[in-house]
Design a protein around this ligand. Structure first.
Ligand code: SF4
Length: 393
């Protein structure tokens, strides 16, 4: 199989000055035909999505951040609710972090919501929405893909928006056997796209994303109805199963731990998670890894069960998969009454994110308060093992 494009005739007279004319990914002899076919198909086949009706950079930004880990059809209701609550960047900046996290509940990966809030503050502080990919990349939570998507779709900038879908589609169309897990491949494709993309930059980027979402799926691509079928190397050479080439990901690490549902005086004790751990800044059940050597945390956890009449009761095991880590958590119930406990434990607002002491990060929540708290799904699964704590009681 000859994936590489050698002996390429000089079709590059229209390239920006100084650009390396020897493309390594994109076959310049057919890029115009591919680009035209993609744009024509996109004009007629694109889905009617709320963030496409107006070229509002704020809404495009929100939709792109949501789409990073969530399918488009799933995110639509979240997008509608989020942009109703925070219709523009000023509203997002004015909201509290807790309000933003609550609106994000269910989408997971809460660092995205925190970064949205931080970036909104920076944008409002600067007095204008950044228009170039280079400016956008300086904001928290905005990487090259999102920066390229917003700059091209909202502002027409020649900026590539290359994610896994685009790498797959382009590898197949141009018959590239480069490893798409290698960052160098992504950078190479970004450079070549920016040198060869048509004037309709936003539509072009969106056409690649849409083709990857609707037609050129990872398994069983629908080549029969694909707009670039007659131009696609993988399709013509029967290589759709071989391409793209992607080296295997590392297996996620399994963390075995114990989680504690501590009900004290009718309230649930939760820990605000410290810096440097998964789900930083979110409330969750107190956890301790099975092989932890942290004596302070063990002592603090033992203190939580002060006043309990029975030893902790094992409710079951909960499993939650993050990108690189799997939590396997044995969930225990501790019920204790201790009227003399620190009075300020009932005030979650006093718990600052940078508390270093475990005990200072603990706060008590009533069932009604819990209903208004953005609780990560991993902890909701653990709490689902116990049905004795809910607002209907
Ligand atoms: S022809 Fe098939 S493999 Fe090629 S881009 Fe279209 S769907 Fe993907």
């Amino acid at each position: 199989m000859n994936f590489k494009q050698n002996n390429i005739p000089d079709f590059t007279s229209s390239f920006p000055q100084g650009y390396n004319r020897n493309m390594e990914f994109i076959d310049i002899s057919k890029k115009d035909a591919v680009n035209t076919a993609l744009l024509e198909w996109f004009a007629s086949a694109k889905r009617d999505l709320p963030f496409r009706t107006e070229r509002d950079p704020y809404k495009i930004w929100i939709s792109e951040i949501m789409a990073q880990q969530t399918r488009i059809d799933t995110l639509l209701s979240y997008f509608e609710r989020f942009t109703r609550l925070f219709p523009d960047v000023k509203a997002l900046d004015a909201a509290s972090e807790d309000e933003v996290l609550k609106a994000w509940e269910g989408l997971g990966y809460y660092s995205r919501a925190r970064n949205l809030k931080k970036a909104a503050s920076e944008i409002v502080g600067a007095g204008r929405f950044p228009e170039t990919a280079a400016e956008l990349k300086k904001l928290p939570g905005i990487g090259p893909y999102t920066a390229g998507a917003v700059a091209s779709i909202a502002f027409g900038q020649k900026a590539a928006a290359v994610d896994g879908n685009v790498l797959r589609v382009m590898s197949r169309i141009y018959g590239s056997d480069r490893d798409i897990a290698d960052l160098k491949t992504r950078r190479l494709l970004e450079n070549e796209i920016e040198a060869t993309m048509p004037e309709e930059t936003g539509d072009y980027n969106e056409s690649l994303m849409e083709l990857g979402a609707l037609i050129c799926s990872p398994k069983s691509p629908k080549c029969m109805i694909c707009p670039v079928r007659d131009l696609c190397s993988a399709c013509m050479e029967g290589l759709t199963e071989e391409l793209p080439v992607k080296t295997a990901k590392k297996k996620p690490r399994v963390v075995r731990q114990r989680g504690y549902i501590v009900i004290r005086n009718g309230k649930l004790l939760l820990e605000k998670r410290p810096e440097g751990v998964l789900l930083t800044g979110m409330y969750g059940l107190p956890l301790i890894e099975n092989d932890s050597s942290d004596q302070d945390q063990k002592t603090a956890l033992a203190n939580l069960s002060e006043g309990a009449e029975t030893p902790p009761v094992l409710l079951g095991t909960s499993r939650h998969i993050f990108t690189h880590i799997i939590w396997e958590t044995e969930v225990y119930l501790i019920q204790a009454d201790q009227p003399d406990h620190k009075s300020n434990i009932d005030r979650p607002d006093r718990v600052a994110e940078d508390q270093t002491e475990f005990a200072d990060r603990i706060a008590a929540f009533s069932a009604d308060q819990l209903d208004h708290l953005a609780l990560p799904t991993a902890f909701k699964k653990m709490l689902a093992l116990y049905d004795g704590f809910n607002s209907a009681d």
